[in-house]
Design a protein around this ligand. Structure first.
Ligand SMILES: Cc1ncc(COP(=O)(O)O)c(C=O)c1O
Length: 431
């Protein structure tokens, strides 16, 4: 599994963005998040080409929860995408990075008054309303016409991990339509002169490989929009179907291409519009993981190798203990997420050994339960692939570990885009 610009260089080392992985580890320390900037930019362009060729009025909005910092905001802005922010912190990051405000959407299941005020003051592209409280809060706070969307739970049960499934019947997100809430929300918004309804939004979950779930979501949204038209005469100019496309964490993962995703989604939207004789709205999509996950790699140094006496079914007995773990990537612990490792210096050698790669925290924090690698020793550097999404953004200071740095690599150059935290950073908020 070679992703983005990854390849083996003349020294037999893993190279990313023209930079030798071992040199990156030595120069910047480990653990180290490495962002393959060309891979990310290419993916942005692939998304734009796939959607805009078929449907030029598609809004592609990067879901910043996957990974966000000022440099990433600049790359995303440069590539002409919008930005979905899901908190005051993400919004603040976008504003500090001078991200074009009209392309920012604010999401969240509970936006505080302060967050809503920030969004109103910044005059962003849309606030995606999630509940009746927010309609009331915005009614009280907004004094000028404010673009909004309504998030709807489309009752689609996507096949993915339950913790990242979000569009089903018991979802906490959005207005449900089976109990009538979604219609009451539309009515309420249409009666609030300061709220300008741009359209409807849904997001059914993440790491979804089965495109039929997106077909169901698009169809359900048109059906919902059609009922709204019948009841209130409102025609939605925009339907946003959220993000969720799966990526490759292991060679077993076969996610659909962005082209197949675009064709299927646009096809489903058009078919449903025809069926309901609904004027075709603009389409919105919000990819997070599928834009950035494969562009990220985490480099770790092996601190110890040990063999445990007891064999667990299907788990290797040989452990590689690395200098990171649950604090820089909680996904294996949270979701049993699987990853693929590559040796940084013996990158071309056959993977003859199996190891369990363990973090160094005070819990059992496997990073990969069964990793195939060439023989690996203490002091070696390994790369865990596909860590661009939901790793740094979900990281913590557990065990008081400072967070690693992030470097963007491109054309043989490496630049630090997020500095490594120091012990003083860890102490900074202590009183
Ligand atoms: C509203 C919304 N949009 C987009 C996304 C991005 O999803 P993904 O990273 O799977 O593309 C999420 C993820 O949770 C989300 O909640």
């Amino acid at each position: 599994m070679w992703l983005g610009t990854q390849r083996v260089n003349a020294r037999g080392h893993l190279e990313i963005g023209g930079c030798d992985a071992l040199e990156l580890a030595e120069r910047f320390g480990t653990p180290l998040y490495v962002l393959d900037e060309d891979a990310l930019r290419r993916r942005c362009r692939e998304y734009r080409a796939a959607f805009e060729t078929l449907k030029p009025d598609t809004e592609i909005v990067y879901a910043g929860k996957a990974a966000l910092n000022r440099a990433l905001c600049q790359i995303i802005a440069d590539e002409g995408l919008g930005l979905d922010v899901a908190s005051g912190g993400e919004l603040y990051t976008a504003l500090q990075a001078d991200f074009p405000r009209e392309r920012i959407h604010l999401h969240g299941v509970y936006k505080t008054e302060t967050e809503l005020q920030m969004a109103l003051q910044a005059d962003i592209g849309a606030i995606v309303i999630d509940n009746f409280e927010e309609i009331r809060r915005l009614h009280a706070l907004a004094h000028t016409p404010t673009p909004i969307m309504l998030r709807v739970a489309p009752e689609v049960d996507a096949e993915t991990h339950p913790l990242i499934r979000t569009g089903q019947r018991d979802s906490k997100f959005g207005f449900h339509w089976l109990n009538g809430d979604a219609y009451r929300a539309v009515e309420s918004v249409l009666q609030t002169p300061t709220l300008m309804l741009r359209g409807f939004h849904c997001h059914i979950g993440s790491q979804i490989s089965d495109l039929s779930a997106f077909v169901s979501a698009a169809t359900a949204m048109v059906e919902f929009a059609d009922t709204v038209r019948q009841r209130f005469g409102y025609i939605a100019p925009l339907l946003n179907i959220g993000g969720g496309l799966a990526v490759r964490y292991t060679p077993d993962d076969q996610p659909p291409s962005v082209q197949a995703y675009a064709q299927t989604l646009i096809g489903a939207l058009r078919e449903a519009c025809e069926q309901y004789r609904y004027p075709e709205p603009a389409l919105g999509v919000e990819p997070g993981r599928s834009l950035i996950a494969e562009a990220g790699v985490t480099l770790y140094r092996i601190g110890a190798v040990k063999q445990v006496p007891h064999e667990q079914p299907n788990l290797p007995r040989k452990y590689l203990i690395v200098d990171g773990g649950v604090s820089d990537n909680p996904r294996p612990q949270m979701y049993g997420a699987r990853y693929t490792a590559r040796h940084a210096t013996r990158a071309a050698e056959p993977h003859t050994c199996t190891y369990r790669i363990m973090g160094k925290h005070c819990e059992t924090d496997p990073i990969i339960d069964c990793a195939y690698l060439p023989e690996t020793h203490t002091g070696d550097v390994i790369a865990v692939l596909t860590t661009g999404a939901y790793a740094y953004s979900m990281s913590s200071n557990y065990n008081r570990y400072p967070r690693p740095a992030m470097v963007a690599v491109r054309g043989g150059e490496a630049r630090v885009i997020v500095a490594r935290e120091t012990y003083d950073d860890v102490l900074r908020m202590d009183r």
